[in-house]
Design a protein around this ligand. Structure first.
Ligand code: NA7
Length: 545
């Protein structure tokens, strides 16, 4: 029931509050409301569902694991009803899919759109969360589930002169709904990560001129998107169960048939054949579907890196530009997130595209007309920031989250995220993360990882209700154990060597902690299932008084 306290202030009661209506928030709502029969409220700042896929409308945005994998598995009916039009679906189609899911499961009626959660404070006496929104609503709920996404808080560098540009300023992660007309326009884009590599070829085709400001070259590899073959779609639909099983058997939730254990075990000829085959397969095949030691062994990694550099040089006509686009030997292959591209490198053969190296000549100042680097001045009509996200923690910290004793999440995580299994944090009872830090999250099939977490959370709440527990909170020593284990796994790979957002290294001042669990989704699922089977071992459950 909603009561008016004073003026526009309203207070209501719910069993659970979920923040965000992307893949995670939608499925969490479905489980809480339709399976557990609880009263759940979802708050979403956008005016529609979609989360990441609502905001990232930039040209060229698409998933880079195959569409059939990049979808919910929980409903066979849904799997059969929905048909993807491309091997790797583009943003508009993924958004349509999520809108379809919301309609099919009648989810919108429990989502408050255009509403941002401002704070969530845990009341110890009541063992409940007090959640407030920017629309003046307060909800008192037993459970608080921020499903805010790992890559949703924009990283916009504060260059000197920030805000002074007089043309149109765009951020790829908050792209205008009405689209952007690039015709006849001079465009500048800062960043050459996975996002920029998708956007640059498309924008270059539309704009009069495009200047690309590159700080770090990346080992992009071809996506090789194609229209969905109806025969493939039929085959998958007849065997979805097998497809999902194969996904769960694989490290990253996407199976790769060619995967061989070691690049070192093959002769140079065999290696070349294997690399070429993976290159032709496209997507993440070369990265995680080629050799098991690519991300573990420097020599194996160098073989792959040399192969990609060779491909870049072959695709870019001007050797000087090619040299700038080739990551240096000091930068291991695939330790930053693998960008999948379509004609990215060929784009630099166009007359209307210019590459500017801002590693050697950093951006000095944003100007009303463009920007100045230490090497020159550049003028344009549109400035695009493709500068990434404050991953994992950024969106969480935007809310004023306070757990037991009024401790803020920022304070608890001041030296880096502390969680047990990426699902809960000590002193923040009944708050659950979905694909949180220290879970497989971004290095696993996102929809499957989200389903795994939502189902674990739903089972946990069912267990608590069945046994009369009012609170659950992770134990500090179990968090320590999990953090140590996560770090050990990461340290066995080459990934911590990179200045990547996996480590928080893209955000000045952010603690450098590797935030992804690298033990593989299957093993991780076994760990959290065992935790549940053992009565939520590692967490403390408080009985109702
Ligand atoms: P990324 O991968 O973080 O890329 C951001 C890009 O912006 C990258 O090239 C950065 O260079 C560049 N950048 C960031 N800050 C600056 C400053 N201050 N100066 C110059 N250049 C800068 O984000 P994406 O959006 O591309 O990808 C994020 C994920 O979204 C992606 O992996 C998918 O999972 C979906 P740097 O490399 O830091 O030198």
């Amino acid at each position: 029931m909603t009561q008016t306290l004073s003026g526009t202030q309203t207070t209501s009661v719910a069993d659970a509050v979920v923040v965000g209506a992307g893949f995670a928030g939608l499925y969490m709502l479905h489980l809480l409301r339709d399976k557990l029969k609880l009263k759940a409220r979802v708050f979403e700042s956008a005016d529609g569902v979609g989360g990441t896929w609502y905001w990232n409308r930039y040209p060229g945005a698409r998933c880079d694991i195959p569409s059939h994998h990049y979808s919910f598995s929980f409903s066979e009916e849904l799997q059969q009803e929905w048909t993807w039009s491309e091997k790797y679906a583009a943003q508009p189609e993924i958004l349509e899919y999520l809108e379809f899911v919301a309609r099919k499961f009648d989810l919108n009626k429990d989502i408050s759109f255009g509403t941002r959660v401002s704070s969530a404070h845990f009341n110890e006496a009541e063992q409940r969360w007090i959640i407030t929104t920017d629309r003046g609503e307060t909800v008192v709920a037993r459970y608080f589930i921020p499903a805010v996404g790992t890559l949703s808080d924009a990283n916009i560098p504060k260059f000197k002169g920030h805000g002074s540009f007089q043309g149109q300023v765009l951020f790829t992660g908050k792209w205008p709904k009405e689209g952007v007309n690039f015709a006849g326009k001079r465009v500048g884009i800062i960043g050459t990560g996975a996002t920029a590599m998708q956007a640059i070829p498309v924008i270059a085709e539309q704009a009069a001129h495009l200047t690309v400001f590159q700080r770090t070259p990346n080992y992009g590899t071809p996506l090789r998107n194609e229209p969905m073959d109806p025969a493939v779609d039929r085959e998958v639909k007849a065997n979805y169960r097998t497809l999902r099983q194969q996904a769960w058997e694989s490290f990253a939730g996407v199976p790769f048939e060619r995967l061989k254990p070691s690049a070192l075990a093959d002769s140079p000829e065999e290696r070349r054949k294997q690399y070429e085959a993976c290159w032709e397969d496209g997507g993440f095949s070369l990265w995680i579907g080629c050799y098991g030691d690519t991300l573990f062994d420097h020599t194996a990694n160098r073989y792959a890196a040399d192969f990609v550099r060779e491909k870049i040089r072959a695709r870019v006509q001007d050797p000087a530009v090619a040299a700038l686009l080739c990551p240096p030997e000091s930068q291991a292959y695939g330790t930053k997130r693998q960008p999948c591209e379509t004609h990215y490198f060929e784009t630099f053969n166009r007359d209307n595209v210019r590459l500017v190296d801002i590693r050697t000549h950093p951006i000095d100042e944003i100007l009303p007309t463009g920007l100045r680097t230490t090497g020159g001045e550049y003028t344009f009509d549109i400035l695009i920031y493709a500068t990434g996200f404050d991953a994992f923690t950024g969106a969480m910290f935007k809310m004023d989250i306070r757990g037991a004793g009024g401790r803020t999440l920022q304070d608890y995580w001041s030296a880096g995220p502390r969680t047990l299994y990426g699902l809960g944090a000590h002193g923040f009872p009944n708050m659950f993360f979905i694909t949180g830090p220290q879970s497989p999250s971004v290095l696993f099939n996102m929809p499957l990882g989200i389903e795994m977490h939502c189902e674990w959370i739903a089972d946990c709440i069912t267990h608590m209700n069945a046994h009369g527990y009012t609170a659950i909170s992770a134990n500090t020593e179990d968090e320590d154990r999990w953090i140590r284990h996560t770090k050990e796994l990461a340290d066995a790979t080459l990934l911590p060597e990179a200045t990547s957002w996996y480590l928080g290294a893209n955000i000045p001042g952010k603690p450098r902690v590797f935030m992804v669990y690298l033990g593989g989704g299957k093993h991780y699922k076994e760990v959290i299932s065992r935790c549940a089977a053992e009565g939520y071992a590692g967490f403390t459950l408080t009985p109702s008084s």
